[in-house]
Design a protein around this ligand. Structure first.
Ligand code: HEM
Length: 378
């Protein structure tokens, strides 16, 4: 994620190609998402009192990602997963996409207290990397080059193929970085999106009622929603689009670098400058949207009720460096959100007051602290 040039190009091309082959974000991957969604619904049914959604959704997203990356279906009962989700959350809340002061004056890192955000981020990523490193070692032992099971196997095979090339970028350190990027980029953003969506449904019950009515009419209750239903659910799609616009999990892009001197809308950007694109400013532009601070799914509907596309809706960025996991993220958010809406009504637990829906900053935008009571729809 934080690399450039040929290294980035080669690694991104390989990851995209292999994810496509593994069915990432496509129908063939849907069964994994459905299994995990059923497990989540069961867990919510069994929970007593109010629940903290982001943790539960974080575990779901992590299990779904790991199924493609590491092959195995991890168990929700595994305490290590919950620990990883909580640690990733602290990393994302403590992080600063620009690198903060330490980026400009690296030597100060030696004098920072243990609980400084720089150390929280490093310790969190160390935990994630240890987890992935263990999995890579296991994959190495079990590898059958004729029968790759997942992304890690495919990468190890590519490493072996290129081991005699002096220019290879396929090395274990890079495999670890790719897995860690995907793990981190996918878990927190996915859980934030659906948590925000449910929080907004508690605050806009009239929107939730319309989503549930559409789901009842098109999908019913006897099966889970599928990506094939999306085209028949324009109001639900418009609602998710509005969640992505209103509280997109990534208000700014990852850092980019100007490769050469450039002029952008009259401003000179010298080569080598770090450039971070403010997606929030596009999706919240007062002139364009007229009422950007109002949560209003109807803005994404045509007068005849069909879904309206809008080129200013860019929650996954744009161009060659746009989000690598967009198709999976869209599919996962859609299935998790619609399945929750299909099965439960949610009300906020008043013992955890939500002052506003602005969320918490960091590497990404996280939902504010909130808990919900759930009631199965009959
Ligand atoms: C709702 C969930 C998600 C949102 C809103 C989101 C959004 C974004 C955004 C805005 C960027 C930066 C684009 C840019 O710099 O121009 C990005 C990059 C990235 N995302 Fe996502 N993302 C999500 C889920 C995922 C998932 C599930 C994965 C896992 C495969 C993932 C993997 C990545 C990677 C690897 C990059 C860096 C791409 C590169 O530098 O070439 N994201 N994402």
């Amino acid at each position: 994620m934080f690399v450039e040039g040929d290294l980035w190009k080669e690694q991104r091309r390989f990851a995209l190609h292999q994810f496509r082959n593994l069915g990432f974000g496509k129908r063939s991957h849907e069964a994994v998402v459905h299994d995990e969604t059923r497990a989540l619904l069961q867990e919510i049914r069994k929970a007593e009192g109010s629940i903290t959604l982001w943790e539960m959704l974080g575990v779901s997203n992590l299990i779904i990602l790991w199924a493609v990356m590491g092959g195995k279906r991890l168990e929700r009962s595994d305490d290590r997963l919950w620990d990883l989700v909580v640690r990733l959350n602290s990393v994302f809340r403590a992080g600063d996409i620009s690198g903060g002061l330490v980026q400009s004056f690296p030597f100060i890192r030696h004098f920072l207290p243990k609980d400084h955000r720089f150390n929280v981020v490093n310790d969190g990523f160390r935990l994630v990397n240890d987890y992935i490193k263990e999995a890579i070692d296991e994959h190495r032992k079990e590898l059958d080059p004729n029968d790759p099971r997942d992304f890690i196997d495919l990468y190890l095979i590519e490493m072996d193929k290129q081991k005699d090339s002096r220019d290879t970028t396929f090395e274990e350190v890079q495999l670890l970085a790719s897995c860690s990027d995907i793990f981190a980029a996918g878990t927190e953003t996915g859980s934030a999106t659906v948590s925000f969506a449910i929080l907004l449904m508690t605050l806009y019950p009239e929107v939730m009622a319309k989503v549930q009515k559409e789901l009842d009419e098109v999908v019913g209750r006897s099966r889970l929603p599928s990506i094939e239903d999306r085209s028949k659910l324009p109001y639900t799609e418009a609602t998710l689009n509005e969640v992505f616009r209103f509280r997109g999990a990534a208000p700014v892009t990852v850092p980019h670098k100007a490769m050469k001197d450039a002029i952008l809308q009259g401003s000179r950007i010298p080569a080598e400058t770090m450039v971070i694109v403010n997606l929030y400013s596009v999706m919240m532009d007062l002139e364009y949207w007229s009422d950007p601070h109002t949560f209003r799914p109807e803005r994404f509907l045509n007068p005849d009720g069909t879904l309206r596309k809008d080129e200013r809706l860019i929650p996954f960025g744009k161009g060659r460096r746009a989000c690598l996991g967009e198709s999976l993220a869209r599919m996962t958010s859609f299935i998790l959100f619609t399945s929750l809406a299909q099965h439960f009504n949610f009300t906020l637990d008043p013992s955890v007051p939500v002052p506003n829906t602005e969320g918490k900053s960091g590497f990404t935008l996280g939902p504010p602290e909130f808990k919900v009571f759930t009631k199965e729809r009959l």
